[in-house]
Design a protein around this ligand. Structure first.
Ligand code: PEP
Ligand code: MN
Length: 625
C-alpha cells in the first residue's frame, strides 16, 4: 500500500507512522516528490487499511493491487537509475554492455575488451560459470574466469558483468564483479535471487525462456525485497513456435516494463535471435523502442568461440552498430556517447575546473530550456546544472573558474549557426570538450482553459519561432513576440495569466509551470536537431578524441582557402563543417570555422597542424572531443 502523508507532517508523526508500519512487519520505501511525501509499505498486511488512514499525519492510503509491489511504478514514480561504477544505466545515456559469451582465456578477454571499448561499450560482459544446455559443452573457467574479468577492469577501466549460477558464488561475485547477471534459466531460482539481492551489487535479471512479464517482475521483487533496488531487467527472447530464430524477441516488453515498473530495461538481441546477421537490426529497433541499453555478444574469432559463436558480432560489426545507434538515440530523446566512460571518470576529477566547484555546469536561460536538457543528458546526475543570464555569462563563469563546464548551442539543422557563440569561442580562451545533439520537438503551451481558436499572441525564442514557421503562418494574425529562451516564454505565459497567449517550448517546460500542451510536434520539419557544445577551461581528459573544431584566417590571395583544405584532403581527414564569419573591424575579411573528424591535438597530427599553421595567418584550436 501507499501512504500519502499530509503536507506539514511533523518529524515525530513520521517516526510514529514508520514504527507502526514496522510493527506490522512492513518494508518501507520513502519518496518525496515536490511537496508530497509518500511511504510505500510492503508486507503481509492483515489490518484494514482504514487503520493506517487514521494515523496522525497520514492523508490517504492507496492499496497496490499488483502482485509485485517494490518494483511497481506506483511505489516509485521516478525511473530508477542503476549505478555501476561511474556508469549510470536508466538515464538519458544508452549503456552498451558487450563482450564474449564466455571468458575463454586472458588473451581472448583482453582482445575483445579493447575492441568493444574502442567501439563505445562502457561495460564488459563474459561468462565464467556457464549454464549450458548440454553437460558436455564448455562450462566456463569458474573463478579463474572472474580473475580475468577483474584484470580486464584493471587494464581497460571497463566495469565487468558476469552470470551467477549458484548462491555459493556470492563471495567471489562480491570480490571480482561489478554487475551480477541472473540467467534466463535461473530466473525463478528463488534462493539464487535472494542471494544475489544480498550481495550489494547491481543485478541484471534476464527474462526466463517461457516467463510472462508478471513472473519476471515477481522475480525482480525477490531481489528488491532483499533491500537491493539496483536491478536491471533484460529481455533476451522467449520460447515460441517460431524456429527460424533461436528465440523470439519480445520488444513490446520495453513499453510494458516502462509502464509497470521504475526499473531500467536492456535488450539482449544476441540470445534473442541466435543469428549474427539479425543482431544489429534488432539492437537498432530496441533503442528506437525505448530500451535503456543493450547486452551484446562480440567475439574477434567467432568461428572458434567456445560458446555462442554464431550469434557473436565481429568487432567491426559492433562498431558499425554503435555508429548507427549514435544517430538513432537522439530521435528518441537519448544519447549514445562514445566518450562516456572516459568523460564520466573525468567529471569526477577535481582537475576538471581551474578552481572552485568543478561539479557545476552552466547554461544560458531558464530551467527546462533545451540547453538545460542538453546539459542534463551530457552530465547525468553527477554535476549540478544551473542557469545564467546570457551566453557571455556562460563563458565568463567558466573562464573565472566558478563553473567547471558550460553548455551552449552552436547550430540548428533547420536554422543554421548561432553566431554569437562562434564569436565567443574565438574571444575566450576556452576549450570545447564535448558535444551533444538534441532532437528539438516543439510544443504549443498555454493555460488549461486556453483554446487554439482564441489565441492572438505567441511568445518564444526567435530560433524556435523560426523553426515553427509553417505552423505559425497557417494561424491567422498571431502576433509573434521574442523571449530570451523557450522556458522564459513559458514562465511569462504563466505569470501573465492571459488565456489568449501561448508559448513555444519543450513539453517538459509545460509540466514545470503547470500549463497545458495544446499541440505537439509543430516544428516545420521533424528532423530538427540542435548541436550543443560543452566548454571547459581546459581539456578534461587524455582519452581518444574523434572530432576537432578549429578557426583560422588565411591571407587574401587566390587559392588561400583551397591550400588549407588540400592539407585535410591529402591526409584523409574528413571535413564535417566549414563556415565563414566576418572578422570584426575588417569589413569583407573572414574567419573560417572548421570541424574535422580527427584529433588535431594528437601527436600523429602534429605535422599536419604545422603545415596548416604555415598556410594560415591566424589559427586557433577550439578543442578536440
Ligand atoms: C548469456 O548471457 O551468455 C546467457 C547464458 O544468457 P541467457 O541466460 O539469456 O541464455
Ligand atoms: Mn551466450
Amino acid at each position: 500500500m501507499i501512504l500519502v502523508l499530509k503536507q506539514g507532517i511533523s518529524e515525530e508523526e513520521k517516526d510514529q507512522v514508520r514504527s507502526t508500519l514496522r510493527a506490522e512487519g512492513c518494508i518501507i520505501r520513502e519518496m518525496a516528490t515536490g511537496d508530497e511525501t509518500i511511504f510505500g509499505a510492503v508486507g503481509q498486511i492483515s489490518r484494514d487499511l482504514r487503520f493506517f488512514e487514521q494515523l496522525p499525519g497520514v492523508a490517504k492510503v492507496i492499496p497496490v493491487s499488483r502482485p509485485y509491489k517494490l518494483v511497481s511504478r506506483e511505489m516509485h514514480p521516478e525511473d530508477t537509475v542503476v549505478q555501476i561504477g561511474d556508469v549510470e544505466l536508466g538515464g538519458p545515456r544508452i549503456v552498451v554492455i558487450a563482450g564474449p559469451c564466455a571468458v575463454e582465456s586472458r588473451e581472448q578477454a583482453m582482445t575483445i575488451a579493447r575492441k568493444v571499448k574502442d567501439g563505445g561499450a562502457v561495460l564488459f560482459r563474459g561468462g565464467a560459470f556457464k549454464p549450458r544446455t548440454s553437460p558436455y559443452s564448455f562450462q566456463g573457467l569458474g573463478e579463474e574466469g572472474l580473475k580475468i574479468l577483474a584484470a580486464v577492469r584493471e587494464e581497460t577501466g571497463l566495469r565487468v558483468a558476469t552470470e551467477m549460477t549458484s548462491p555459493a558464488q556470492a563471495d567471489v561475485m562480491m570480490k571480482y564483479v561489478d554487475l551480477v547477471q541472473i540467467g534466463a534459466r535461473n530466473m525463478q531460482n528463488f534462493e539464487l535471487l535472494r542471494s544475489a539481492g544480498r550481495i550489494g551489487k547491481p543485478v541484471l535479471l534476464k527474462r526466463g525462456l517461457s516467463a510472462t512479464v508478471e513472473e519476471w517482475l515477481m522475480s525482480a521483487e525477490y531481489i528488491l525485497s532483499e533491500g537491493n533496488d539496483q536491478v536491471i531487467l533484460c529481455e533476451r527472447g522467449i520460447r515460441t513456435f517460431e524456429r527460424y530464430t533461436r528465440n523470439t524477441l519480445d520488444l513490446t516488453a520495453i513499453p510494458i516494463i516502462k509502464k509497470l515498473t521504475h526499473l531500467p530495461v536492456v535488450i539482449d538481441p544476441s540470445h534473442a535471435t541466435g543469428i549474427r546477421e539479425k543482431v544489429s537490426p534488432m539492437a537498432r529497433a530496441a533503442i528506437a523502442a525505448g530500451a535503456d541499453g543493450l547486452l551484446i555478444e562480440v567475439h574477434h574469432d567467432p568461428a572458434n568461440a567456445l560458446s555462442d559463436g554464431p550469434q557473436s558480432l565481429y568487432p567491426e560489426q559492433f562498431k558499425q552498430l554503435m555508429r548507427d545507434l549514435y544517430v538513432i538515440a537522439p530521435v528518441v530523446g537519448k544519447q549514445l556517447d562514445f566518450g562516456y566512460l572516459e568523460k564520466a571518470t573525468a567529471i569526477r576529477l577535481p582537475a576538471a575546473a581551474k578552481k572552485g566547484s568543478p561539479k557545476r555546469a552552466v547554461f544560458a536561460g531558464e530551467m527546462r530550456a533545451f540547453a538545460h536538457k542538453a546539459a542534463s543528458q551530457f552530465f547525468g546526475s553527477e554535476v549540478k546544472i544551473e542557469p545564467v543570464s546570457s551566453f557571455r555569462h556562460v563563458f565568463q563563469e567558466v573562464k573565472d573558474g566558478n563553473s567547471g563546464f558550460g553548455v551552449v548551442p552552436l547550430e540548428n539543422s533547420l536554422t543554421g549557426s548561432i553566431h554569437e557563440n562562434y564569436d565567443l569561442l574565438l574571444e575566450y580562451d576556452i576549450k570545447i570538450v564535448g558535444e551533444i545533439t538534441l532532437r528539438i520537438v516543439h510544443a504549443l503551451i498555454g493555460h488549461p482553459e486556453t483554446k487554439l481558436e482564441e489565441v492572438t499572441r505567441v511568445i518564444s525564442h526567435p530560433q524556435a519561432l523560426e523553426q515553427c514557421r509553417d505552423f505559425l503562418e497557417s494561424q491567422q494574425g498571431w502576433e509573434l513576440v521574442a523571449a530570451r529562451d523557450t522556458a522564459t516564454a513559458v514562465r511569462r505565459i504563466k505569470e501573465k495569466g492571459n488565456t489568449g497567449e501561448v508559448a513555444i517550448a519543450a513539453k517538459e517546460a509545460a509540466a514545470l509551470f503547470g500549463l497545458k500542451i495544446l499541440k505537439e510536434g509543430i516544428e516545420t520539419n521533424a528532423r530538427n536537431y540542435t548541436r550543443f557544445v560543452v566548454i571547459a577551461g581546459d581539456r578534461v581528459s587524455n582519452g581518444p578524441k574523434t572530432k576537432s573544431s578549429l578557426v583560422y584566417a588565411t591571407s587574401n590571395k587566390p587559392g588561400a582557402l583551397f591550400d588549407t583544405l588540400k592539407i585535410f584532403a591529402e591526409n584523409g581527414i574528413n571535413l564535417v563543417k566549414l563556415e565563414s564569419r566576418p572578422i570584426h573591424g575588417k569589413p569583407w575579411e573572414y574567419m573560417f570555422y572548421v570541424d574535422l573528424e580527427a584529433d588535431v591535438e594528437s601527436t600523429e597530427l602534429r605535422g599536419v597542424m604545422d603545415e596548416l599553421s604555415a598556410k594560415t595567418e591566424f589559427l586557433k584550436v577550439l578543442g578536440s572531443y
